[in-house]
Design a protein around this ligand. Sequence first.
Ligand code: PLP
Length: 433
Amino acid sequence: MDVTDPDWLTTGWNHVWLPYAQMRTAPLPMPVVRTSGSEIQLADGRILIDGIASWWTACHGYNHPHIRAAVAAQLEAMPHVMFGGLAHEPAYRLAARLAGLLPDGLNRVFFTDSGSVAVEVAMKIAVQARLNRGARNRTKFVAFHGGYHGDTFATMAICDPEEGMHALFAGMLAEQVIAPLPRDAASRAAFDLIVEAHAGILAGIIVEPLVQGAGGMVFNDAATLRHLRATADHYGLTLIFDEIFTGFGRTGTMFAWQQAGVVPDIITLSKALTGGTSPLAATIVADALFDAFLSDNPGHALMHGPTFMANPLGCAAANASLDLFETEPRLAQAAAIEAALRTGLAPCRALPGVVDVRVMGAIGVVQLERIDDPAALRAAFIRQGVWVRPFRDIIYLTPALTIEPGRLSDLCQAVVNVVNSTTAIKTGTAPNS
Ligand SMILES: *Cc1c(COP(=O)(O)O)cnc(C)c1O
């Protein structure tokens, strides 16, 4: 505790439970009082440049006036109303707009309030579509090593086995079919064998197209995704693209499926959907799957409906966010960020302990041999005046697409400085800055 810490922090600290944290040793989080653009203002007056857009959500920067105005107007008219039996304009407009942006034939939008639940709904739809058509045993999914799809039990089961703690929760998690992502001849052969062996019990394949985000920012490509599409077609499986991280310009195109030229049967969206304003998620489904729910049998309906489904504030924010993609040059900004990240992070390649430097769209990754003390690295970034959160073996930047070029080069310089001092300490040479 610090004398400058606000009283709510010291009082509440004994009562909050932090995400992904060992609470015995977790450092006190830094109190934030304001956010604006790419800036996070701390209670003691310091400003941090945000390098990760609050877990990849704030694609237009914080507090964009157009989104703020739309949410304020919606708050005035109707902060919330239930979605069962009642309709409201923000959700109906948003559903039509999302369908317009997504591939032909993906027309049906189911709204939820978090990414994990959007993925669960996708899984439920893929399985129930088969049940409705009389296929009783096709309940399993192929998912991938290094994948991440959420923290709830159904989604943990389709995450990387180690990160998803499949052993710890054995008996509680559904057993799914985890395969290597088919990136080359060897992994493709292994994947093909696994799918063939399980084909009779499979409902679908789920993948993060182009980038496995929380699994370590590992890239994949169009050839991989084409192979998944061909496999899904061959065995009659539903192909789910989890675009919760990749959606809304992050990889350089509005969505990853466009860049890959591969059309899935279901797309899940969340994270940047509201421009980082409030929780909202969507599962967008192909007509052919939706048709399996149209029936005289009441048991064939999709029985799902979160209490705050299609919250009008979230939908208003999402519509305003889509306005900004139409009226402001977000994809050009993503391209400029890509170029700046390539130049700005390149010096890391020469530093000891660096395994890889990779960039795709507005994602820049420096992979180290290992990170022994992530907390120390995070503290080093704070001293550099930036908000960057290394995890596993990577330091990464996913800034707001609106970040000013000067700020972006400050972020890159901070990464170079921190990598330099960290690896210099490890290898016993003096840091040269
Ligand atoms: C973050 C994320 C999720 C989970 O979203 P939550 O809103 O945290 O539940 C699922 N899939 C991917 C690809 C993600 O990046």
